[in-house]
Unconditional design. Structure first.
Length: 221
């Protein structure tokens, strides 16, 4: 029995792996865009109410609604409103970016406010402008503190790509579903997909722990 399961999973592996570039590519592109947007939202959350209110609304909306609903709305609902279709890959990257940005914004905001106000005062006393203080004094320290949270969000976003099979993106789960439709080997294929996700996230977690340890040795965390 076990040998049959292994043989079936091994036979499915080449087909399922066709979805790996989509899973990793969408994750990385989405996280890149999400980081940039998340930084802007996090910094806006530190400003006056005029900046803070829109940032808070964005964060609460995307953290308070399921990613599945966001993906379906972006791919099926929004095109009806704008009058033009949105490709599945474009929609996938956008939804991962927009969803991740809401969580990254809170990571950024929390790290920034964790830096002692004395750091800013010392920088200003040395003759630096406020922008220079934030860029050269506060941001480098805050970024080191963001790394664990950003790493966890990256792992979450990688796993979230599995939801994108509902809009027809050929990532790991979608490739597995197509293969199951012709072979009916659901147990073997879904077990294989789970192991592939586990390998990706464990590898990323190991890299994250290595980075954290290096920063701890340097006194950065």
């Amino acid at each position: 029995m076990a040998a049959d399961v292994l043989q079936a999973a091994w036979g499915a592996l080449p087909y399922v792996l066709h979805g790996l570039p989509y899973t990793l590519g969408i994750s990385m592109a989405g996280l890149g865009g999400g980081f940039l947007l998340g930084v802007l939202l996090g910094l806006a959350g530190l400003g006056t109410w005029l900046w803070r209110a829109p940032a808070l609304l964005y964060v609460e909306f995307f953290r308070g609604t399921p990613l599945l609903v966001q993906a379906l709305f972006l791919f099926y609902g929004l095109p009806q409103f704008i009058g033009r279709p949105i490709g599945p890959l474009t929609a996938s990257v956008l939804v991962i970016a927009m969803n991740a940005a809401a969580y990254i914004a809170e990571i950024v905001r929390g790290a920034m406010i964790s830096i002692s106000p004395g750091q800013r005062e010392a920088g200003l006393a040395l003759g630096l402008s406020l922008v220079q203080v934030y860029l050269w004094v506060i941001w480098p320290q805050a970024f080191r503190r963001m790394i664990p949270g950003l790493g966890n969000q990256a792992i979450t976003s990688i796993k979230d790509t599995s939801i994108l099979s509902v809009i027809g993106v050929g990532e790991l789960v979608r490739q597995g579903q197509v293969y199951i439709a012709t072979t009916f080997q659901a147990f073997e294929v879904y077990a294989l997909i789970a192991l592939l996700y586990l390998a990706i996230t464990l590898g990323f977690s190991a890299l994250l722990r290595h980075t954290e340890l290096r920063l701890q040795r340097r006194g950065g965390l």
